[in-house]
Design a protein around this ligand. Structure first.
Ligand SMILES: [Cu+2]
Length: 139
């Protein structure tokens, strides 16, 4: 025999289960398309024209936009035949690296802080003042 108390108990359990499923579904939907999170790769060509032609374009250039949580890989290709160039990112890659003519080097990191972060050539070169770009990490 099913009492009213038992029916109420069953109804309460059902409400809790259905609510949990709905909350889970909303959570998953909130994480799906429209907000792609994943691996983002960029190439920066460093040379007599600055970073990706920044000498003609003006700074900051290039501007790289990612989302918080992205795994970001930036490859710096030095296509200069004479000069070594460098690359560092405020907060994310303070240490930086230098790249000899004709050489490429990459840095990978998790974009775990939102905001605008300047990247720049970390050695003095003839186009130094043009080697300033921006990394934008959006929420
Ligand atoms: Cu440089």
């Amino acid at each position: 025999m099913v009492t009213n108390a038992k029916r109420r108990w069953v109804a309460l359990v059902m409400v809790v289960v259905v609510s949990s499923v709905l909350i889970g579904a909303v959570y998953l939907l909130g994480r799906s398309p429209g907000r792609p999170v994943g691996s983002k790769e960029f190439v920066i060509v460093a040379g007599p024209n600055g970073f990706n032609g920044s000498v003609q374009h003006g700074i900051p250039w290039p501007i790289i936009v990612v989302h918080k949580g992205d795994n970001v890989t930036i490859t710096v290709m030095n296509d200069d035949v004479v000069e070594t160039h460098g690359f560092a990112i405020v907060t994310y890659f303070e240490k930086g690296f230098t790249v000899r003519p004709g050489v490429s080097q990459s840095i990978s990191f998790l974009a775990n802080r939102t905001g605008n972060f300047t990247f720049y050539c970390n050695i003095i070169c003839t186009v130094h003042q043009f080697m300033v770009g921006r990394l934008v990490v959006e929420d």
